[in-house]
Design a protein around this ligand. Structure first.
Ligand SMILES: Nc1nc2c(c(=O)[nH]1)N[C@H]1C(S)=C(S)[C@@H](COP(=O)(O)O)O[C@H]1N2
Ligand SMILES: [Mo]
Length: 319
């Protein structure tokens, strides 16, 4: 069957944003907030339609107050200059082709060394969690950076509910594999599905966010809808998008980027201006939307918060 595939025309060119926001206000007023404790039954597929999920209405409005002393990167840049190889390798591919991804309904499989294994509706996983806004610096290994107001919840809150056992030393994340939605997966640019991992203490760190939105809106497809990781002290490739699998395991996993080029991409991927990428320096960065360059900070500026996780480790060996 021949299928015609078309790049996306940005919504901003069709619907003025004020209309979108008005509609959102309307839905908010007419929807009662449903609260529930605990996890829902694993394996239960919800009968919900493919339209707007309830949790979208629990995303807090983008706040004017910034928790970082740096200006936010334009939303337009954040949503049109992307790395998401599932849609292609050019920065424009994710925003051009992102509309092929269907992020609702969405299930996440939990497996491995954990009490509550199963397949969960995202809606059920999110119900007991509070969504909050966090402004983080974000640094790509390609030496550009940005400042983004994410919406999400600390990954630790989800992990606590899932109750990993004592053999769970690492959490592994995987992205959806579906070449029909992800045209980039028809080529072997990297090993699909995209895979990443964190050591358990990194995953439990209060800065580690599971993000479901940005700029007070549900996560755009090109940024990893409906749910992605954001680890602000590590290079961007750690922040895996469109997650469908959470696996708890004893041995350290090999991430997709490590598998592709072991000498260029390490497991830890901590932002470190003193350790160069084999093909370029990591000492400075280009902040998207800003002229010139700025020096890159150790752990992307989160040194006070995270340096203790790596005490005693040689960060030149464990890059
Ligand atoms: N599944 C998946 N996740 C991914 C990627 C990808 O190609 N596939 N690219 C990573 C890289 S290299 C970066 S820099 C960030 C980019 O996130 P952004 O497009 O929201 O800025 O996503 C990361 N997560
Ligand atoms: Mo990146």
């Amino acid at each position: 069957m021949t299928r015609y595939r078309h790049p996306h025309i940005p919504a901003s060119e069709i619907t003025p944003e004020s209309l979108y926001l008005k509609r959102r206000e309307f839905i908010k007023q007419s929807t009662a907030l449903v609260a529930s404790a605990g996890l829902a039954t694993p394996g239960l597929l919800s009968a919900q339609s493919a339209s707007t999920p309830d949790w979208h209405e629990r995303i807090p409005e983008a706040s004017a107050t910034q928790s970082l002393d740096e200006s936010l990167t334009d939303e337009q840049i954040v949503t049109s200059y992307n790395n998401f190889f599932e849609f292609g390798t050019r920065k424009r591919d994710p925003s051009d082709w992102g509309h092929y991804l269907r992020p609702h309904p969405w299930q996440i499989k939990v497996e491995g060394e954990v009490a509550h294994t199963g397949v969960y509706d995202l809606e059920d996983l999110l119900r007991p969690l509070t969504l909050e806004e966090r402004v983080y610096r974000f640094r790509c290994v390609e030496a550009w950076s940005m400042v983004v107001p994410w919406t999400g919840f600390p990954l630790s809150q989800l992990i606590e509910r899932l109750e990993p056992n004592s053999r769970a030393k690492y959490v592994v994340f995987e992205t959806l594999y579906d070449p029909d939605q992800f045209r980039g997966q028809r080529r072997s640019t990297i090993e699909w599905p995209y895979r990443e991992g964190l050591r358990m203490d990194e995953a439990m760190h209060p800065l580690t966010l599971m993000a479901v939105g940005l700029y007070g809106k549900p996560m755009p497809n090109q940024n990893g809808a409906p749910i992605r990781l954001v680890v602000p002290w590590k290079y961007g490739f750690k922040s895996i998008k469109s997650i469908v699998t959470l696996r708890f395991q004893e041995r350290q996993p090999v991430s997709s980027w490590q598998a592709m080029s072991t000498n260029e991409y390490g497991f830890y991927a901590n932002v470190n201006p003193d350790v160069s990428h084999p093909r370029w320096s990591q000492a400075s960065e280009r902040r998207l939307g800003e002229p010139g360059r700025r020096p890159t900070l150790m752990f992307n500026g989160y040194e006070d918060e995270v340096a203790s996780l790596y005490s005693g480790m040689d960060l030149r060996v464990n890059y």
